[in-house]
Design a binder for this molecule. Structure first.
Ligand SMILES: [Zn+2]
Length: 136
């Protein structure tokens, strides 16, 4: 199983070539699709206490008292550049631009299985497992 590879058409073609040589062709591509807005919300929610460095997430792990650090009681928080919605959005756009031709490449080969990633982990896992079971 390859995760996050190939990333480019060149790599996909190279993989096809050695897959053929080794008689181990790619037999499925699992594309976990998450709506960009959902992904931005997940990835950009992290914030950090200015005073003690404790990290929180506005959806998954907020402070118990809004605006107050659970650890030190501080009230000042910041976001790393990487966690800011604008940065996340830009990064995502770059990724979509890179991935779209790859998904098309494998769709033309009839290998793509798309899984709806906008659900909880168990539901996504079950779908992936069902796809893998069919392949085995
Ligand atoms: Zn703190």
């Amino acid at each position: 199983m390859l995760d996050g590879y190939p990333r480019t058409i060149d790599q996909a073609q190279a993989l096809d070539t050695f897959g053929a040589e080794l008689d181990r062709a790619v037999d499925a591509v699992i594309n976990i699709h998450v709506e960009p807005d959902v992904l931005i919300e997940r990835l950009s929610g992290r914030y950090i206490c200015q005073n003690c460095g404790a990290t929180y997430h506005k959806i998954y792990n907020p402070t118990k008292v809004p605006g107050t650090c659970d650890v030190c009681g501080g009230h000042d928080f910041f976001q790393r550049e990487d966690d800011k919605p604008e940065t996340v959005k830009n990064r995502l756009e770059v990724n979509v631009k890179m991935n779209t031709p790859l998904v098309t490449f494998y769709e033309q080969k009839g290998l793509v299985h798309t899984v709806d990633g906008d659900r909880d982990i168990d539901a996504v896992y079950k779908d992936i497992q069902a796809i893998l079971t069919k392949l085995a």
